[in-house]
Ligand binder design. Structure first.
Ligand code: ADP
Length: 286
């Protein structure tokens, strides 16, 4: 269980990005974080693992207070929190396999990591993960030879190689086309279910959030203004989060497909409709 207590972040510039956020994410839950650009979504994700240092409040992972840890203990604690980034954050000149194995750096000693000598069990697990995401034929390719979707699969494998309890996912699809975005979100959710991981997914695409997350948290100006199920995102709620928009098309489309399998909903979306939604997200999103 992840618990944020009265979490606050004020940047040096004076911007108050998080205004005392309280949030609990139970084990195994996939939670989407939505909200307009500047709402504090990235800050919340990065304060959770202290990539950004909170200026107030506490972060608990199970019974460990992350905000109270010194540097060494924090490094060890971060193994439990895999991170997936919008721009993949791969080492471009390294191979797919080496990038995945870099997820193990928190576990292996300095010299082993310096010479990139990883235990056979780590290599076996990296092969398994790459097989699971359909990249086992690409282990020796350099990261800079891959497509965006393939890079994100490598990023997912690297995060999972850490053997985390929690995934922090920051705009995983923002650099991908709509079809690849759905595939990547589906893959992240499937892997979370298979491994019983919880996840916080910062995602600007409301429709993707509704399709894949079981809980949605809406942030606005550093405060939670919605916390509930995907089907509670009414036009009124979306207007509260994002401001004035015509949300009916988005909501109607999701309602129409209610009861259908996720796959068929994803595949049934008409490209034109997606384009409209994407355009809207470009306007309101990041
Ligand atoms: P989101 O991810 O929802 O777009 P962010 O967390 O990036 O929002 O930003 C929240 C607020 O914090 C914004 O007002 C933004 O300008 C500010 N902010 C984010 N990062 C920094 C930073 N490094 N320095 C100063 N202000 C920042």
């Amino acid at each position: 269980m992840l618990r944020l207590q009265n979490l606050e972040k004020r940047y040096r510039t004076g911007d108050l990005a998080l205004k005392g956020v309280d949030l609990e994410v139970p084990d195994g839950q996939i939670m989407a974080l939505i909200g307009p650009s500047g709402a504090g979504k990235s800050t919340l994700i990065r304060c959770t693992n202290r990539l950004v240092e909170p200026t107030g409040g506490k972060v608990w992972l199970n019974d460990m207070e992350l905000t109270g840890l010194g540097a060494g203990a924090l490094r060890r604690a971060r193994r439990s929190m895999g991170m997936i980034f919008q721009e993949y954050a791969l080492v471009e000149r390294l191979s797919v396999m080496e990038n995945v194995l870099s997820g193990r750096l928190g576990y292996v000693g300095f010299w082993r990591s310096y010479f990139r000598r990883f235990p056979q069990s780590d290599i076996d697990e990296a092969f398994r993960l790459l097989g699971r995401v359909g990249l086992d034929h690409m282990v020796d390719k350099r990261a800079d030879e891959l497509s965006g979707g393939q890079r994100q699969r490598v990023g997912i494998c690297r995060a999972l190689a850490q053997n985390p309890e929690l995934l922090l996912v920051d705009e995983p699809t923002a650099s991908l086309d709509p079809k690849t975005s759905r595939q990547i979100m589906r893959l992240i959710c499937e892997l979370c279910k298979e491994r019983k991981l919880s996840a916080i997914v910062n995602i600007h695409d409301v429709m993707l959030a509704q399709m894949f997350a079981e809980r949605i948290v809406g942030l606005k100006l550093g405060e939670i203004v919605y916390d509930g199920p995907p089907d509670g995102l009414t036009a009124e709620v979306l207007t509260e989060i994002y401001g004035e928009e015509d949300w009916e098309a988005t909501i109607r489309k999701v309602d129409d497909e209610d009861g259908e399998a996720e796959e068929s909903l994803a595949e049934s979306l008409h490209d034109d409709h997606r384009a409209v939604v994407l355009d809207r997200n470009l306007i309101i999103g990041n």
